[in-house]
Design a protein around this ligand. Structure first.
Ligand code: PMV
Length: 327
């Protein structure tokens, strides 16, 4: 199939409750540890991929602007993988829209590569099952393996391409939300790939954290399945702060905390002292995501806003990646 074909897919951002940090195999994106996430309804990426017959450089557009440099290389390398696997030839035109608030620094590679994996494979005439799609998305960005699924997803670290994929974790009736504190991100910090590599190679705290991950994951899975918000929250917060401790101990340190990050974390502690179940997590950036009950979302958003002085957004569990336009 080498004429003109196209497909459009949407995938939602996910936030890990038990984090992925560190690759055993950078080429195949095999992580050191398994992870578990919640897919969010409020933030997503819609991506159209059009393959044309002519050869040439792929064109990549994000939110109406051409993508260049390393981000473009990541997309073309991923498209090369899809072309190699499917036998498709010709260049691709990729057009992507993120609903993530502009300049918020919210990691969108999870939704971005999940949407790209689904749109690109479909445009090549290949219908992958969810497991195969998760494996493929993983190659673009590890966290994207989990955005193939809605709700909660567990990414099995595995040991090779075949064994490293995500699957859904069922939790009927569990309906927590994440209040996202959109802390200012005026300065560019280290990207997650470089930060992970540095942490694995130089942080004396990395191995102890990775060694503690299987216990966190086991407890987390059980807590999600029984819809136990306080247990989920406690494990979420300790696992994320532990991950950031590994980064702080890297040489040189990788520090994503901004002053407003710490203020938001203080607000979360104060909320808990006031009897509200609120638990924080952070990724490779200064934004703080606060897990809480839906009924407490407004109070949590208000407290975090007052403390950190930044806008907030509320997100519930979101749906699986899906095709909007099939070839
Ligand atoms: O998928 P990447 O390479 O952007 O890494 C994501 C890493 C964290 O967001 C910090 C944690 C996670 O599990 O999503």
């Amino acid at each position: 199939m080498n004429g003109e074909t196209r497909a459009t897919a949407v995938a939602h951002v996910n936030v890990a409750l038990v984090k992925y940090w560190g690759k055993r195999d950078a080429e195949l994106v095999i992580p050191w540890t398994s992870s578990l996430s919640m897919t969010l309804d409020a933030f997503y990426t819609t991506t159209s991929v059009r393959f044309v017959a002519e050869p040439g450089d792929d064109e990549v557009v994000l939110n109406g602007a051409p993508v260049t440099g390393v981000p473009r290389q990541r997309v073309t390398a991923f498209l090369d993988l899809v072309r190699t696997r499917t036998g498709r030839t010709g260049k691709a035109l990729v057009d992507s829209e993120n609903t993530v608030p502009t300049g918020a620094g919210l990691a969108s590679s999870s939704s971005g590569f999940a949407a790209l994996a689904l749109a690109a494979s479909s445009a090549c005439g290949v219908e992958l099952d969810a497991t195969a799609l998760s494996r493929l998305a993983r190659r673009g960005s590890g966290s994207a393996s989990r955005s193939v699924f809605g709700g909660f997803a567990l990414w099995h670290a595995g040991h090779d391409d075949e064994s490293s994929y995500a699957e859904p974790v069922e939790s009927p009736g569990f309906d927590p939300v994440m209040v996202v504190a959109l802390v200012d991100t005026a300065h560019k910090s280290v990207n997650s790939r470089d930060a992970m590599r540095r942490t694995v190679e130089t942080s004396p705290l990395f191995r102890p954290w990775a060694d503690s991950a299987p216990a966190d994951l086991k407890e987390m899975r059980a807590a999600v399945e029984r819809a136990d918000l306080d247990a989920v929250g406690e494990i979420t917060e300790r696992n994320a702060l532990g991950m950031h401790a590994t980064m702080l101990a890297a040489r040189p340190a990788v520090r994503y905390f901004a002053p407003a990050t710490v203020s938001a974390l203080d607000a979360v502690l104060a909320l808990r002292r006031a009897g509200i179940s609120a638990y924080a997590t952070m990724d490779a950036g200064p934004n703080v995501k606060v897990l809480c009950r839906r009924a407490d979302a407004d109070a949590v958003a208000e407290a975090v806003h007052a403390a950190a002085g930044c806008p907030t957004a509320v997100a519930g569990a979101g749906p699986a990646a899906r095709l909007l336009v099939a070839p």
